[in-house]
Each structure stands twice: as C-alpha cells, then as structure tokens.
Design a protein around this ligand. Structure first.
Ligand SMILES: Cc1cc2nc3c(=O)[nH]c(=O)nc-3n(C[C@H](O)[C@H](O)[C@H](O)COP(=O)(O)OP(=O)(O)OC[C@H]3O[C@@H](n4cnc5c(N)ncnc54)[C@H](O)[C@@H]3O)c2cc1C
Length: 332
C-alpha cells in the first residue's frame, strides 16, 4: 500500500496514570504517523491540577497540551472521558475541518475510554489496533476480532477516528525530527463525576501483572495442561517474575486471558522472556518487544522460537523444569 500525502491530524490523549513505557511507545508511533501526514502532532496530557507538565521530546511542530481537571484526582474512566472531551473542545482541534485521528494508550481502561469518546464525538471507533497507517485522509487500521481468531483491516474516512494502539505494528520509515514541543495549558473545570466507592478485594493471583514485568515466564500448548503451568508459576515465584501464556493455553483455560501474550493479547518488553513449550508463531512473537532477550525450552529442535531466541534448550520441560526449580531453590 502506498502512502500519499494527507491532511489528517494525529492527536494523542495521554492520561497521566498510564505506565510510562506505554506512553513512549504510543508517542513514538504517533510521531511516525504525524510525520507521514505532514501535519503537526498534538499530545493532550490529562492530569489533576496539582500535576506539573511532563512534555517529552517529539516530532517537529508538535504541541503538548497540559490539560488539568479536578476530576482527574481520581482517574476513573468517567473522569477521563469527561476531561478528554473538554480538552479536545478547548484545544480547538474539534472545531476545524481537519480530520482527526485520536489515539489513546492501550489497556482495558484505554479501550473503554476510546469507545466512550467515540460515541460522544459521533466518531469512528476503531477499537484496539495492532497497526495503523494513513493513506490520504483515510485511516487504515489492523485489529484482531473474535478473540484473536481473525485479523481485520478497517478503512475509515470519518472526520474523527478514535483508536487505542499498540506500537508493535507501526511502520516508521520516515525519520523523526526531535524537537521540544510547544507547551500550552488548558485548565478545565466542571463537576467531577461521583467517585466510586472502592472495596478492596483479595487477589487470588499472587503473581505480578505482565505490565511492566522485568522477567516473564511463559508457557505454550506444549505445557499440556494446568499442572505444567503450576510448575511455571513456581518458577515465576522463585524469580519474582510474571506469568504469561500463548493463545491456545488461554483457550484451554490453563491461564487467564489477562495473561495472554501476542497479537491479540498483551505486549511485553521484559529484560528476560522464558518461553517454554511455545513454538514461536508470528502472532505470539508480536507480543514480545524486539529488544527482549528470549530463552526458549522446546523439545522440537526445529521450533521457530529458536530462530529468535538468544539462548535455547532442546528438551522436554517435564525433565528440565524440575531441575530448574531445584537450582533456583538452592540458589535462594
Ligand atoms: C489473528 C490471530 C491472532 C492470534 N493471536 C495470538 C496471540 O495473541 N497469542 C498467541 O500466542 N497466539 C495467537 N494466535 C495463535 C497462533 O497462530 C498460534 O496458534 C499460537 O501462538 C501457538 O501457540 P503455542 O506456541 O502455545 O502452540 P503450538 O504452536 O502448538 O506449539 C507448542 C510447542 O510446544 C512444544 N512442546 C510440546 N511438548 C513439549 C514438551 N514436553 N517440552 C517442551 N516443548 C514441548 C512443541 O514442540 C511446539 O513447538 C493468533 C492467531 C491468529 C490467526
């Protein structure tokens, strides 16, 4: 697909409660898209009034809107939708005739906020996209459907499109100029949505979440059942790591969907990814950062995972993992 010049303007809505690594990736992707479009990039940072602006170095001709709203002292989805709508209006971006692509960081809250914003704006809701490109004014978005079983390509010419985006699939062939953005402030007001009453619920899953984990221990269909994952869980506990799984293991109910890694699951970029009984399909690897060192254990020496792994062991996990558990316990 060839990319032609376009007038669509890219706007990033950035709730400050989002983990920083996601922000950086999303901003990098947005810079690439803005460069393609030849339009300035706008980043709207949504935060509470007591938060200082934290502009990042961006593509040339970008504006960093520091939008504060009292409701954001509790960054629940209601507050983010309310503040996001007000900020888009107050910035004047909605008023012009220029088509907009509004990008929001991924994750369950990002998806909810994106869908609700799109509804309020009468915009095209593109959902959680794995990649987005611009061709003329058209937005072309790739996303998974039916729990990741189909890959869809969406085309939209709506004046406003809203999407969450994982940066993994962004093609960035245009060099990005690095410049300090122009900083502008938007002091928004209005009543805060009623606060939720928060009731702490005891978590049954003691392992840390995938988001931000520095080590991920991950299992595939080769683990053959929940018992195999119990062993991976023990290893994760011993390493202080998080636990992940491939799509078939989620389908089989061996790991919760919140721990699925890949194109239709989560994106991780730990310092170490231990892949056990995972063949290494492109759909799974799409969920692992390109700089992440992978250590693979697979009984098939021809498994594709070995082509991308920094270190690999050909063997049966039933023999190897108990040895690893023993060594890790001894090392403690
Ligand atoms: C649109 C779309 C989206 C998708 N999204 C995702 C996604 O987000 N995440 C994802 O993971 N997949 C996704 N998939 C599915 C993907 O195509 C593969 O089916 C999946 O990644 C394979 O998972 P696996 O490696 O666990 O299983 P398999 O490919 O079956 O591999 C199992 C591996 O285990 C090894 N093994 C078996 N027994 C042992 C043993 N005893 N010891 C050691 N090794 C052993 C085998 O040699 C094999 O390599 C998607 C597919 C589509 C079409």
């Amino acid at each position: 697909m060839s990319i032609t010049s376009t007038q669509r303007r890219v706007v990033v809505l950035l709730p400050r409660c989002t983990p920083a690594y996601t922000d950086d990736r999303l901003l990098g992707a947005a810079c690439g898209l803005a460069n393609t479009s030849g339009q300035p990039l706008d980043v709207i940072e949504l935060c509470s009034p007591d938060t200082a602006p934290t502009p990042l170095v961006m593509a040339s001709a970008s504006t960093w809107w520091h939008a504060t709203h009292p409701a954001l002292s509790q960054p629940i989805s209601d507050s983010l939708v309310k503040a996001g709508l007000q900020a888009l209006a107050a910035s004047g971006l909605l008023a012009g005739s220029t088509p907009l692509l509004v990008l929001i960081p991924p994750g369950p809250q990002g998806c909810e906020v994106a869908a609700r914003l799109a509804t309020h704006l009468g915009a095209s809701a593109l959902g959680g996209c794995s990649s987005i490109s611009l061709a003329g004014e058209r937005v072309i978005a790739q996303r998974a459907g039916w729990g990741g079983r189909v890959e869809m390509t969406l085309h939209s010419d709506e004046r406003v499109c809203v999407a969450t985006l994982r940066s993994a699939g962004i093609a960035q062939d245009t060099p990005i100029a690095r410049e300090k953005p122009c900083l502008r402030t938007l002091a928004l007001d209005g009543s805060a949505p009623p606060a939720f009453e928060i009731t702490p619920v005891a978590h049954t899953d003691a392992l840390p979440p995938l988001e931000g984990a520095s080590i991920v221990v991950s299992g595939g269909r080769g683990m053959q059942g929940k018992e195999g994952f119990d062993l991976l869980r023990t290893i994760a506990e011993l390493l202080g790591a998080s636990l992940g799984g491939s799509l078939p293991t989620v389908d089989a109910g061996w790991v919760p969907v919140s721990r699925q890694i890949g194109q239709s699951g989560k994106f991780v970029s730990p310092r170490l990814y231990l892949a056990v009984g995972i063949s290494g399909t492109p759909q799974h690897l799409a969920g692992i950062g390109p700089d992440t060192p992978i250590v693979a254990l697979n009984k098939d020496p021809c498994a594709p995972i070995f082509k991308v792994a920094q270190a690999g062991v050909v063997g049966d996990w039933q023999e190897m993992l108990p040895l690893l558990v023993r060594e890790l316990k001894a090392a403690r």
